[in-house]
Write a protein that binds this ligand. Sequence first.
Ligand code: SAM
Length: 211
Amino acid sequence: MTQFRKPTGLIGKFLAKGMAWGHRDFYKNTAKMLNLKHDDKYLEIGFGSGLFIKKYASHVSRIAGLDYSEDMVKLASNINKNIVRSGKAEFIHGDISSLPWQNDKFSIVVCIETFFFWSEPLVALKEIYRVLIPGGRLVIEMAYNKDDGLDHTKHIEKMKLNLYSANEMKEILKEAGFKSIVIDYYKGVRIPFKGYVVPRGMVVKATKKTD
Ligand SMILES: C[S@@+](CC[C@H](N)C(=O)[O-])C[C@H]1O[C@@H](n2cnc3c(N)ncnc32)[C@H](O)[C@@H]1O
C-alpha cells in the first residue's frame, strides 16, 4: 500500500504505469476541468509515471513536474524524454511542502490522486498559491473523499490517507488565499482489479486572486 503513496524501485515503476491505466477515468474527469490553453505554464505535483503529462503536453507551452519519489522522476523523464530534451519540460525531485520555483511562475497546477497523501495540506496549498500567477488555476482530483459514501477506514489506516469533504476543501483553500472555488463530482468510475466503483470522485478547482 505504501507503493501508492511513494512508488519506488522496479515494483513502483510497474505500479505507476498500471496506475496510469487504472486512473484513466480519473484523468478524463480531471482533464474536463483544466481548460488548457496553448500559453499555459503547467505544473503537476505527484505526477507518478508522467503519462498524464505525456497525453496533454501538446496543449500547453511549458511543463514542470515535482514528485518526492526519485524513481518517478526518472520514469516520467524517460516517458517524456522528447519534451525534456527539447527544453519544454522538467521533472524535479522534491516535496510539495517547499517548491523550488520563484513566485508567480505557473498558470495552472494539477494534482491527481496525491493531495490526500500530503501531511501538511495548508503549507502545500500556500506553496502552490505562491508559484501560481495571479488568476492562475489549481485543479485537485481525489477519487476517495469524505463525500463519496464509502467506508475508507481500511485505506486510511493502510495508506495513511487524509480524506476531505467539499466543505473542508473550501475552507482550507480559502485559508491559503484561493477564490472562485468550484467542487465537481464524477460518478460510477470502476477501480480495476478492486471490484468496486468510485461512487463520487471529487475534482476541485480554485483560482489565485488577481489583486
Ligand atoms: C497515487 S500516486 C498518483 C500518480 C499520478 N498522479 C497518477 O494519478 O497516475 C501519488 C504520487 O504522488 C507523489 N507524492 C505523494 N506525496 C507527495 C509529496 N508530499 N510531495 C511530492 N509528491 C508526492 C508520489 O510519489 C506518487 O508519485
